[in-house]
Design a protein around this ligand. Structure first.
Ligand code: SF4
Length: 66
């Protein structure tokens, strides 16, 4: 289970660092997990809307679940 700022969360659970506008509150901060900093968004991954991105993320979670 990933640990973000001392709090672990399972896949599919909203990150505690997201604000009400779905923005990362620790963006650019050294405490931001390396996995977050290394993620490079792409049109293929994000699509054209939040709904498309969430569908893709849901598929990836299912495809990589243990
Ligand atoms: S970038 Fe990482 S720390 Fe920031 S909201 Fe997303 S998952 Fe959480």
């Amino acid at each position: 289970m990933p640990v973000i700022n001392g709090v672990s969360k399972p896949a599919g659970v909203r990150c505690i660092q997201l604000d009400a506008q779905d923005r990362c509150q620790i963006f650019g901060h050294p405490d931001r997990p390396a996995v977050c900093s290394s993620l490079q968004p792409s049109e293929q991954m994000c699509g054209e809307s939040r709904e498309q991105a969430m569908r893709w993320l849901g598929w990836m979670e299912q495809a990589t679940a243990p």
